[in-house]
Design a protein around this ligand. Structure first.
Ligand SMILES: [Zn+2]
Length: 120
């Protein structure tokens, strides 16, 4: 038996959607999730043990790609798979950008002040 944890980094809705998606695959012999949890506990069939983790990753990847969630990445640490958008990319996308030089700033005020440097 192989046990895996799949963590969705706080994304409860994605966790629920993936849980029902995984349940439809017969690779999985048991699947469990706390209500409103962001982590799925998966038990794999004995004869799928060796390649089970790779199989689960492939299923997760195909789910993400078919739902246009290509920015989500699956990272692996022993028997824990984490599904989420890498922080750095996520943070950069929320920053404001100076349209003149491409400088990144966190607030409107900073952007206004920064823009003035181009006026001289
Ligand atoms: Zn600038």
């Amino acid at each position: 038996m192989v046990h895996l944890l799949i963590n969705f980094a706080g994304d409860v809705h994605l966790a629920q959607a993936v849980k029902s998606f995984l349940s439809s695959h017969n690779v999985v012999s048991n699947i469990y999730m706390l209500p409103e949890g962001d982590e799925i506990s998966v038990t794999l069939e004995k004869n799928n043990g060796r390649n089970g983790k790779r199989l689960i990753k492939e299923i997760l990847r195909s789910y993400l790609d078919s739902h246009n969630l290509t920015r989500y990445q699956i990272t692996e640490l022993e028997n824990i798979l984490t599904v989420g958008i890498p922080k750095s990319i996520d943070e950069i996308s929320t920053l404001l950008m100076c349209e003149i030089c491409g400088w990144r700033l966190t607030t409107e005020e900073e952007l206004l002040i920064h823009r003035r440097t181009h006026w001289f």
